[in-house]
Design a protein around this ligand. Structure first.
Ligand code: FDA
Length: 397
């Protein structure tokens, strides 16, 4: 079969690219080895797809070249995607921090993309694995289980490695290497952190205990959001966010009480007030006003013995307060690609045009979406990158 544009991967980026190219009159085929399109869109945002973020800026992305994402993000903005969502009459809402979700279901986003593909004459083949890709004089020749496809332009939109059970594969990285592109080291991002040894023993039975607001810090990077203890370690939005900046050996600190409504100053000052106000109360009881009861109790068992407040010196309570604002938790690793929302690293942006996503080495070859070394924060940023990079390529392929 002969087409103008072959897109490998019917995920967020691939479908957006196909729509933009199809609308320009290009004959587009999208192939995907999974049995249905957009599986990650379907499972995203707890089934409601956090499809973009109103506050997207290039600073919300990790990449070896922090400038790379600027051009594409500026040319296809959250407002552009919102216009598409509204055109399809999909009801949505802002949950928090600019995060936009469907009111009903992420199925509506996949339906919208498929309807747009159909209107633009895009052909999609699922359960279509790619066996081999060759450069030819006219473009590319791609061997799939459904036969040989000849295309002028080849767009690699096969995503990263996260959630292998959803069809993730390393094909995009292999193709990049095959055509001489550098692939920067990849690792799981937006992923729960694990604890091991005594650290795990200390906290594993707190699984399910949640803190509505903590500040997780690695170096100069910090995120304020919720945190959750799991059987294997810690999770929740603050931990997922910081996980993209953390690597084994890095110092992870958690302020367990940032902006707590009961604290006008720091926790140490508040504890000293409590010593005066309720001298007979035990520390663990007092701490349970600030923290989940089971966590307060555990911290008292592990760090500070729980005694009646009157028995503490002022300096001791200040020291306890300091520890609550700067908890040095030792993570041993991450839960890996099995549960990660994204893959950090990937196709080196040095080899790509930032305005079109085209390879600087092989004309007609494009890389878009998560396979590229551009990874967003939690909160709709990754889909916005998929839409924007897909659109950038779709305008020129
Ligand atoms: P994507 O992974 O979407 O698509 C790649 C496609 O390529 C897949 O359809 C796959 O089957 C196909 N493919 C792979 N290998 C192939 C091969 N060898 N041959 C043929 N086809 C192949 N982001 C966000 O902004 N908001 C959110 O709410 C969420 N929520 C979320 C939840 C969960 C559980 C996960 C795992 C991830 C998210 N994300 C997210 C991240 C978001 O899903 C992700 O960044 C985008 O889907 C990336 O889009 P791509 O199109 O690049 O890859």
């Amino acid at each position: 079969m002969k087409v103008d544009v072959l897109v490998i991967g019917a995920g967020a980026a691939g479908l957006m690219c196909a729509i933009a190219a199809g609308q320009r009159g290009r004959r587009v085929l999208v192939v995907d080895h999974a049995n249905k399109v957009g599986k990650k869109i379907l499972m995203s945002g707890g089934g409601r797809c956090n499809f973009t973020n109103l506050g997207v800026t290039p600073a919300n992305y990790l990449s070896a070249n922090p400038h790379f994402a600027k051009s594409a993000l500026a040319r296809y903005t959250p407002a552009d995607f919102i216009a598409l969502v509204e055109k399809h009459r999909i009801a949505y809402h802002e949950k928090e921090l600019g995060q936009l979700f469907c009111d009903d279901s992420s199925k509506q986003i996949v339906r919208m993309l498929l309807d747009e593909c159909a209107a633009a004459g895009v052909r999609i083949e699922t359960s279509c694995a790619v066996a081999r890709v060759r450069k030819t004089d006219e473009g590319f020749s791609v061997t799939t289980v459904h036969g040989e496809v000849h295309a002028e332009s080849l767009v690699v939109a096969s995503g990263g490695l996260s959630i292998p059970s959803m069809g993730a594969s390393g094909l995009g990285y292999d193709l990049a290497r095959q055509f001489g592109h550098a692939v920067l080291p990849i690792r799981a991002g937006l992923v729960p952190l694990t604890l091991s040894g005594k650290h795990q023993e200390h906290y594993q039975d707190l699984a399910g205990v949640a803190l509505p607001l903590v500040e997780a810090r690695v170096g100069k990077r910090e995120f304020r959001a919720g945190m959750l203890f799991t059987h294997r370690g810690i999770s929740g939005p603050a931990i997922l966010q910081i996980s993209s900046y953390w690597q084994p050996g890095h110092d992870l600190r958690i302020d367990l009480l940032p902006a707590h409504p009961l604290l006008s100053q720091d926790a140490g000052a508040w504890l000293n007030e409590q010593r005066a106000a309720r001298p007979a109360a035990e520390l663990k009881t007092v701490l349970a006003d600030l923290l989940p009861k089971r966590l307060a109790q555990r911290l008292c068992e592990l760090w500070f013995e729980s005694r009646p407040m009157r028995q503490y010196r002022e300096a001791e309570l200040h020291e306890i307060g300091k520890q609550l604002h700067d908890w040095p938790i030792t993570a041993s690793g991450t839960e890996g690609y099995r549960t990660a929302e994204v893959t950090l690293g990937g196709v080196d942006t040095d080899g790509l045009s930032s305005s079109t996503m085209q390879s600087k080495l092989v004309p007609g070859l494009y890389f878009i979406g998560e396979v590229v070394d551009v990874t967003g924060w939690l909160g709709g940023y990754n889909f916005q990158w998929a839409w924007a990079s897909g659109y950038a390529a779709g305008e020129v392929v």
